[in-house]
Write a protein that binds this ligand. Structure first.
Ligand SMILES: *[C@@H]1O[C@H](CO)[C@@H](O)[C@H](O)[C@H]1NC(C)=O
Length: 488
């Protein structure tokens, strides 16, 4: 009889736990600029901005959800996404923003680029609490990984890191119409190859007709339409199961990463914008906003929305140099920089799981992208943060903090005192609770190095020498250190 009671109690507890677990849907937009979200533009009195940026779906979701006003990310894609998946600050997991084909046994983390398999990922964590898990869209967290010291390579990468299913591309970006890796240098053997996978295999059924391209769109499928179809399919399939199992879905759209290749009819709606890249960027932002609207409608129609926690973020700031068309106003800098425009992300939570009392609020407490890991573990009923395998492999522990007590209104303040961003293993910038930011050394130089060739040789020389001086000085005095308001 005691046994029966125990079983009944256990059953009761399991039911209670299940009933409060939300479905978790995270949308990680790519290179989405601060001012390219209507919610932010309404705070700026500028008619033109407001006409250019059309995101009514995300504006309304945020209005009825929680705006995460100080979510910090890394300044480029892969380190940010690595932090999201593993709950580590980027410098404790991966600082390399590599092409999918990069394999280098001399790399510091277990011989391979990307997320080491020994770090338990968020999907594996939620899977252990009963979630069904799927990743749709961009991966960019490394291609191969060693299972252990035996040199066994784990493929495919997403399922090796705990997702039940993966549909998307492995690298940092491909062509929206051919799904080919756009830069031949990223492709295998110098050729542009199709980068689209369905679990371990090429997604051959989706290979477009040979003629598809940005100039011949008829009968072709825009890549974000393909991903939308996969996401709504996953939601419908899950609802069809009529199960108490919860869903963890990561949707990483192509939008708004280059190449900017909008659907022609979408671009035409923005033909009042003269500057082509800015026009295309606005069109792609509006395109993904509509897709998010249809996915949310699917969640509602299938009865999942009331128990869903939806998170929408960007992996880094918007790019405005070269082939990007983003706008981070009023934040300074852009993708690739540790100033606010590079590392402070558009972000909000929505869905029926957000407590009534918190709807329509703005959370201005500090949060790092690595904090979603512990937050999701918290709401998903995962007991541990899962650092044991990593510790055994000599890898850094989880840095993630559970933000849910703060975001749900149970406690007043964010548990995070400092956010650290860096391009190297040493911190380069720290942001504190009061909103002050200390930047040490030279600001992220990757983009500057690319700018240099367009300058005259004379000014290039000046840039180099002043950069060097600043570098030499920084150990002796603080003239290369800047404490300033982060809004600056
Ligand atoms: C779903 O499951 C519930 C409870 O198990 C059952 O009452 C209901 O009829 C099912 N709905 C469908 C459409 O099968």
């Amino acid at each position: 009889r005691l046994l029966l009671l125990t079983v009944l109690l256990a059953q009761h507890c399991a039911d209670a736990a299940t009933s409060i677990q939300p479905h978790i849907v995270t949308i990680i937009l790519d290179d989405w600029g601060w001012a390219n979200w209507g919610y932010h533009d309404r705070l700026v009195n500028n008619q033109q901005l407001q006409e250019e940026v059309q995101t009514p779906v995300m504006d309304a979701l945020a209005q009825d959800g929680i705006v995460l006003d100080r979510l910090y990310v890394h300044n480029v894609c892969s380190p940010s996404r690595s932090a999201f998946v593993t709950g580590r600050n980027h410098r404790h997991v991966n600082l390399i923003n590599g092409p999918s084909t990069l394999y280098d046994p001399s790399l510091p983390l277990l011989g391979t680029w990307g997320v080491p398999a020994q770090m338990t990922g968020i999907a594996e964590q939620l899977g252990s609490a009963g979630y069904a898990t799927q990743h749709v869209g961009k991966w960019h967290l490394g291609y191969a990984s060693r299972a252990d010291d035996s040199n066994t390579l784990l493929l495919p990468p997403a399922t090796a890191r705990g997702y039940d299913h993966f549909f998307g591309y492995i690298g940092g970006g491909n062509d929206h119409w051919t799904y080919k890796i756009s830069k031949p240098s990223n492709g295998c053997c110098g050729r542009a190859s199709v980068d689209l996978r369905d679990d371990g295999a090429p997604a051959a059924d989706n290979k477009p007709a040979h003629a598809c391209g940005v100039a011949s769109q008829d009968g072709c499928l825009f890549e974000d339409a393909l991903f939308e179809r996969q996401v709504t399919g996953a939601i419908n399939d899950h609802a069809d199961l009529n199960t108490t199992q919860q869903l963890f879905l990561t949707w990483a759209p192509h939008a708004v990463h280059v190449p900017l290749q909008p659907i022609a009819a979408q671009e035409a709606r923005f033909d009042f914008i003269d500057f082509p890249l800015r026009r295309k960027y606005a069109a792609v932002v509006n395109d993904i906003d509509r897709r998010i609207g249809r996915v949310v409608s699917t969640l509602k129609r299938r009865g999942l929305w009331d128990t869903t926690l939806l998170v929408v973020i960007s992996d880094n700031g918007g790019p405005s140099l070269f082939d990007g068309g983003a706008n981070n106003y009023p934040l300074r800098g852009e993708k690739g920089f540790n100033t606010e425009g590079g590392v402070r992300s558009n972000a909000f939570m929505a869905g029926g799981f957000v407590p009534q009392a918190q709807r329509g609020s703005v959370a201005d407490g500090l949060m790092g992208i690595e904090d979603f890991y512990a937050t999701f573990c918290g709401v998903g009923g995962v007991v541990t943060l899962g650092g044991a395998k990593a510790a055994a492999a000599g890898l850094p522990p989880v840095d993630s903090l559970n933000m849910w007590p703060y975001l749900s209104g149970a406690v007043e303040a964010s548990p995070r005192d400092l956010v650290v961003v860096s391009d190297g293993h040493q911190p380069q910038a720290v942001i504190d609770r009061l909103g002050y930011k200390l930047i040490l050394g030279e600001t992220s130089s990757k983009v500057f190095q690319q700018i240099e060739p367009v300058q005259s040789s004379e000014s290039r020389k000046q840039v180099r020498s002043s950069g060097k001086k600043a570098h030499n000085r920084r150990n002796f005095e603080c003239s290369a250190c800047h404490a300033r308001r982060t809004q600056d």
